[in-house]
Design a protein around this ligand. Structure first.
Ligand SMILES: [Zn+2]
Length: 403
């Protein structure tokens, strides 16, 4: 049967409301007449939709209009600060969590030092307590509109589960979304870590004006968040962008996934660290930061390892550029401490293997986000959810969400 969704009046109202909120978000000093012109909706429809948004409190009216309309026009603004989001970024070794407002401004951020090799129950109980404390602390400061959970993948989006975590016992088919949704009465959104970085770039970073871009996250694993026509591409179940398991050497070593020569075996932070440790020992080099300090910018042997790492990543990036023809590739990793050394290695590897006209048409750059981009992505994902399907119930003060 074809996957067809009819458009009833409620859907259309949500879409129109979403459109108006986006226009207000992206245009300062906008009034109802501007909204009608930009949206193509009638003046009466805009008036009705805006009235409801003002009533629930997400939009406010201001007498400081300075545009080209009549001086009596009223400018409309979004009350970002009245609405709060809880964001959680799972990592191996610690969990970042905190509170931001609907503009993405981070109001509180904490790190919970929990090893994911502890039991799922233990980790979830500790995290629930931390979230409960946030809710209590911010109870009078705004309305919670959602909880964003970002985790290393693969994530099964259909089931709301972490499918498995490599190198961590017991974390298999973990029903994380259900656990937290059963506990809280606001929407809970689950997102894979690399996808989270893509959404963070789209909302707060360097991809705000890009419709087709890819965010590459190189940590202990490697993943890509693919945005096509402004939407995150999940694939069938949510596994799209698992480029860490794309082979760059079909005769290479066997990977845990069953494939051979996977990118992760050549280019993760773990691989780089292990290769450096093989030369300099494990005492001196425990994490990527140590590597950077130790290299002091001129240790040629270490620099060559970093360049080789970038070269391998470049091979995989060529494949994703040839598959998706994006306008921008954004790279997030601790390895960016090495600055131009790593980025130039990536660029020259891509340049040497891509059609010249494709290479001249694409930008490959580091993320400019200075906070944990996965944590910001968990926040951004809730922003996206709320702005895409803005049900009025989300915005009513301290009222339970029923649908
Ligand atoms: Zn693999």
């Amino acid at each position: 049967m074809k996957d067809i969704t009819g458009r009833n009046k409620t859907n259309m109202q949500l879409d129109n409301r979403s459109l108006l909120l986006s226009l207000i978000k992206n245009n300062e000093n906008i009034c109802r007449k501007d909204l009608a012109e930009l949206s193509g909706l009638t003046g009466a429809a805009v008036t009705n939709l805006i009235r409801a948004l003002v009533e629930v409190g997400i939009v406010s009216e201001h007498r400081d209009y300075q545009g080209t309309r009549s001086r009596n026009a009223i400018s409309l603004k979004i009350n970002y600060e009245k609405y709060l989001i809880i964001g959680v970024s799972f990592r191996r070794g610690s969990i970042n969590y905190g509170v931001a407002d609907l503009s993405g401004k981070v109001l509180k951020r904490h790190e919970l030092f929990l090893d994911l090799d502890q039991s799922v129950d233990h980790v979830f109980t500790a995290l629930s307590t931390a979230i409960d404390n946030c809710l209590e602390e911010f109870a009078e400061k705004g309305t919670i509109v959602g909880l964003g959970l970002a985790s290393p993948g693969p994530i099964n989006n259909k089931k709301g589960q972490i499918s498995f975590l490599t190198n961590v016992e017991g974390w298999k088919d973990v029903p994380i979304k259900k656990y937290f949704q059963d506990r809280y009465d606001f929407p809970v959104i689950l997102i894979e870590a690399a996808n989270a970085t893509a959404i963070a770039e789209k909302w707060f970073g360097c991809a705000q004006d890009s419709k087709n871009f890819i965010s590459v996250l190189v940590s202990k694993g490697v993943g890509a968040g693919i945005v096509l026509n402004n939407n995150l591409y999940y694939g069938n179940a949510g596994y799209a962008g698992e480029i860490g398991h794309a082979s760059i050497n079909y005769n290479g070593p066997l990977c845990q996934c069953g494939n051979r020569g996977c990118l992760e075996l050549y280019c993760s932070t773990l691989t780089l660290l292990k290769r450096a440790q093989a030369v300099y020992g494990t005492k001196l080099l425990k994490k990527i930061d140590d590597l950077f300090r130790f290299s002091n910018g001129n240790n040629q042997e270490l620099i060559n390892l970093v360049k080789e790492n970038g070269q391998y990543l470049g091979y995989a990036i060529v494949n994703i550029i040839n598959s998706f023809n994006p306008e921008l590739i954004v790279i997030n990793s601790e390895i960016k401490h090495f600055g131009d050394i790593w980025l130039q290695a990536i660029n020259s590897s891509v340049n040497s293997r891509l059609l010249p006209e494709s290479f001249s048409d694409i930008a490959i750059k580091y993320s400019a986000l200075d906070n944990d981009p996965v944590f910001l992505g968990a926040i951004a994902m809730v922003c996206e959810y709320v702005f895409n399907k803005p049900q009025l119930g989300y915005f009513k003060e301290k009222e339970k969400i029923t649908s």
